[in-house]
Design a protein around this ligand. Sequence first.
Ligand SMILES: [Zn+2]
Ligand SMILES: [Zn+2]
Length: 103
Amino acid sequence: MRSRSQDELCVVCGDKASGYHYNALTCEGCKGFFRRSVTKKAVYHCKSGGSCEMDMYMRRKCQDCRLRKCRAVGITRPENPELNHKLILLRLRLCSGAILRCP
Ligand SMILES: [Zn+2]
Ligand SMILES: [Zn+2]
């Protein structure tokens, strides 16, 4: 039987989780990896067609699958610059419409 208190494992790689980061229980490594990937808008390429089993070994080998797994388990961006950008554009459009109507 597993002891419950030790069961806090990273949902991405199975390493010991350090807590909830970006909506998911992850380790420090995956948290940092995800943040870096998003910040740099990194694009990775899997050598095995995106079918790597993610674990503590593979997370170093295939960043593509690691990032995919991050997204698959529901990790969301800390801030979403693209979405924010779209919202700003949308708001600008709405505002300019309002401005046109208002003298
Ligand atoms: Zn991890
Ligand atoms: Zn892979």
